[in-house]
Design a protein around this ligand. Sequence first.
Ligand SMILES: Cc1cc2nc3c(=O)[nH]c(=O)nc-3n(C[C@H](O)[C@H](O)[C@H](O)COP(=O)(O)OP(=O)(O)OC[C@H]3O[C@@H](n4cnc5c(N)ncnc54)[C@H](O)[C@@H]3O)c2cc1C
Length: 433
Amino acid sequence: MKITVLGAGIMGVSTAWHLAERGHEVTVVDRQPDAALETSFANAAQISVSYCEPWANKEAPLKALKWMFSKEAPLLFRPQFPIGKGWHQYRWGLEFLANCNDAAFERNVQQLVALGSYSHTALKDVVNATGIEYNRLEKGIAHFYVDQKSFDSAAGAAALMAKYGVQRRVVSRDELLRIEPAFKLYADHIVGGTYTPSDESGDAREFTQQLAQRCAERGVQFLWEHDVLSLNKQGDSMDSVSVQDRRSGKTSALRSDHFVLSMGSYTAPLLRTVGINLPIYPGKGYSATFKILKPELAPQVSFIDDSVKCAMSRLGDYLRIAGTIEVGGYDTGLDSSLSRARCEMLARRVEAIFPGVCDTRLDTEGGNPQFWTGLRPATPTNIPYIGKSKVQKLWVNAGHGTLGWTHGAGSGKAVAELISGAKPDMNFKFYGY
Ligand SMILES: Cc1cc2nc3c(=O)[nH]c(=O)nc-3n(C[C@H](O)[C@H](O)[C@H](O)COP(=O)(O)OP(=O)(O)OC[C@H]3O[C@@H](n4cnc5c(N)ncnc54)[C@H](O)[C@@H]3O)c2cc1C
């Protein structure tokens, strides 16, 4: 069949790869000149199957309220005014609140674990089939705590995850230091941690761009620098997609047997134009990538610093730190005082945990450190929409929030299977099924 995929982030490229594997004729459209130049560009690099708890839990509302006035808050809800203009944000917030209870939390965790484990196998299969190298480190993910109360509650979370088959070990400070000796310079602050040995890390941009190249070698056509302008329906079914070439300004209509929408946070506004309302809203996050000065003292194990909810991963000669979420619209700027405060916090944490190990000077010549922001396509449950919409021939693979890199390979495979008439082998509630 002829299939058009809209968006070339991790979701679109992975979808294209798996469709091409099944013999379909695939075209991918993206407004950028290459793959993974928006949210899949510089994330925290974690393949985090075992740390997949949704943000919505019974403690989240109180914490979010407390954090509303802190520039360094891990989760910042920034209400859009007037309320009419920000309606989609308020609706998202209300659905988020409806998920802040134990029953919803457990239901959502079960879905995320199922998708994570299916996706991990899919990722390994793609890597084995293609030989793509992307600074992959199969050393697990650690989580460390600097206060006893948080460490104590980590044991409860590990027990809950064990119910779903997740192997998350609670570890003492000494054991944590054996797992990652680089923590020794910060050991006095650490009270303990948890560790998931089967998790891993690697560069999502590198992976996605190389996979796009492999797709092209297999005959997938890429229309780079093309804006998707509109979805055109005929009755209840998709007819075509209008696109515009950014270089020539020329517009054209693309026709195919099926269309897959994987445009990250921009999926929701486009779907609304054909009467479909999905609660996918941007969650702005930040990352900073630092040159490592002392490789022997830099960490190999990817980890999460619970005190600021930031993740760090080694990517070859660089250390990436990423985190924080602002629910406040589509702005990706780095210039506001809020953005500057968040970037400075990231640099400060790296220097505090690994003093002198990275070049953490701000504003140096030559592009170090590299600060970046991206819009996580967030849903109130953290569960993405993978499946078919009510408009015939229109499929969706979007809304992966904090875990899009982790779930990328599997989500692409699952939607390709569904379009091909097969049933993905996982216990997951697919959209439209
Ligand atoms: C700070 C941060 C840290 C993160 N850390 C992790 C992590 O450690 N592990 C993890 O699993 N996930 C992580 N994530 C989440 C992950 O990066 C995202 O979920 C994932 O990249 C989303 O991929 P996507 O393909 O859906 O969206 P995108 O990568 O944004 O792709 C969408 C594509 O659609 C294109 N597009 C949009 N609109 C149009 C249009 N009108 N016309 C044409 N093209 C269009 C864009 O150019 C883009 O290429 C993190 C995210 C952030 C922001």
